[in-house]
Design a protein around this ligand. Structure first.
Ligand code: SF4
Length: 210
């Protein structure tokens, strides 16, 4: 695992706060999961962004078990139309949970999407957004973050999905020109978007997702 010095964590947390977001560090997944669950009332509707991190943390199961209505467009067996509909329901939920593809030392969140439902809900959806990210997502600056999308996040997602893109084979970006291209929308969140009341970023001292 990438070793992260405590000063780096402090710097990221301080930058996020400066960028009008709430920020906290949790040593373990269990602690972060507990905090996420504590903040979401049991009757709340929760949109879930496409995220390996959230699934590795077992958050979906925990929310469903206690009766939260969960909008998950990755649910198995959904038709294309229903997936699209669930993506739109995420935007109208009470909370939106996601991770981020990269998090810079100066507190920017950088993401790449194909459909855009995740990035849309992070910036113009529910009034309460929580982003959970392992320390492996920390990058030095914007350039390193944009590079991470192409070197790590997109190729590994394409490989997981078995997409017919060249990066799914060799984990190298070829700036492909195919209908399967995943890299279609890139967002940079520099500060908490105006319409979002609570934008919290929880950094976890473990390697999570990609
Ligand atoms: S542009 Fe194409 S090859 Fe490059 S990372 Fe995105 S999907 Fe993969």
């Amino acid at each position: 695992m990438k070793s992260i010095i405590p000063e780096t964590i402090d710097k990221v947390i301080e930058s996020l706060k400066k960028n009008e977001m709430e920020a906290a560090y949790f040593q373990t997944v269990a602690e972060a999961r507990e905090e996420v669950l504590r903040r979401i009332p049991s009757g709340a509707r929760v949109g879930i962004g496409g995220s390996i991190t959230l699934r590795e943390m077992g958050i979906l199961e925990a929310l469903e078990k206690r009766g939260n209505e969960v909008y998950d467009h990755w649910e198995e067996g959904l038709s294309k139309e229903r997936r699209q509909e669930v993506g739109k329901m995420q935007q109208r939920a009470d909370f939106f949970l996601a991770s981020t593809n990269a998090l810079t030392l100066d507190g920017k969140l950088i993401n790449v999407d194909a459909t855009g439902n995740r990035v849309a809900s992070m910036i113009f959806g529910p009034e309460r957004v929580m982003v959970i990210a392992g320390v492996n997502k920390i990058v030095k600056n914007l350039n390193e973050g944009l590079a991470r999308l192409k070197k790590v996040a997109a190729p590994r997602n394409c490989q997981r999905r078995k997409d017919p893109t060249p990066c799914a084979q060799d984990l190298v970006c070829h700036n492909c020109d195919t209908p399967a291209r995943l890299c279609r929308v890139t967002t940079i969140i520099e500060r908490r978007p105006w319409g979002i009341k609570e934008f919290a970023v929880f950094l976890v001292g473990e390697e999570l997702g990609y």
